[in-house]
Design a protein around this ligand. Structure first.
Ligand SMILES: [Fe+2]
Length: 205
């Protein structure tokens, strides 16, 4: 219990440049994510020692915020990959396959999907996350958003994008739209494909 740890990034801090700077990645991972991990461990430890319902209720906001922060950032790092356009990896390249077919089925084409995702994510008031996930009932892809560090619970998450200012401000300042356009060059579609296969369990779409 209470032993959550900061996962390593699956690439060096500068690997997502020029789309996401080394400075952002270092601070985001070493400082912000680490803080969620530490605070989640502290909240879980306090919860284990709490002896009354009132004490446990008082800890629920901290568990939700920091637990969500840890879950969301752990997914986010794997969501990203060094870009193909910089000759560094396969980031940004959606291969032919079931996920691409599902994007076409749900959104028409990849560009329309990106536009819908970015519009919804830009519409978040304050901090939050933009998502595309699989609806567990219909097995179709849907765009969604969550506020603060709320994890995505209504859909099985395929891709999540952090739209907290700490994710982009040092490089993109107030221009969230530029960050959201740039991030598609470093989206790890192979990871997304893997999540999609798990979420749909091989069922026909
Ligand atoms: Fe973040």
């Amino acid at each position: 219990m209470s032993n959550h740890t900061l996962p390593d990034l699956p690439y060096p801090y500068d690997a997502l440049e020029p789309y996401i700077s080394r400075q952002i990645m270092e601070l985001h991972h070493k400082k912000h994510h680490q803080t969620y991990v530490n605070a989640l461990n502290a909240a879980e430890s306090a919860y284990a020692k709490a002896s009354t319902p009132k004490e446990r209720i008082a800890l629920q906001a901290a568990l939700k915020f920091n637990g969500g922060g840890h879950i969301n950032h752990s997914l986010f790092w794997k969501n990203l990959a060094p870009s193909k356009s910089e000759g560094k990896g396969n980031g940004g390249v959606l291969p032919e396959g079931p996920l691409k077919n599902a994007i076409v089925a749900s959104f028409g084409n990849l560009d329309t999907f990106k536009k819908e995702f970015n519009t919804a994510t830009l519409g978040i008031q304050g901090s939050g996350w933009g998502w595309v996930g699989v609806n567990p009932s219909t097995h179709r892809l849907e765009v969604s958003t969550t506020a603060n560090q709320d994890p995505l619970l209504t859909l099985v998450p395929i891709i999540g994008v952090d739209i907290w200012e700490h994710a982009f401000y040092l490089q993109y300042l107030n221009v969230k739209a530029d960050y959201l356009n740039a991030i598609w060059s470093v989206i790890n579609w192979e990871e997304a494909e893997k999540r999609f296969a798990e979420a749909t369990g091989g069922a026909k779409l």
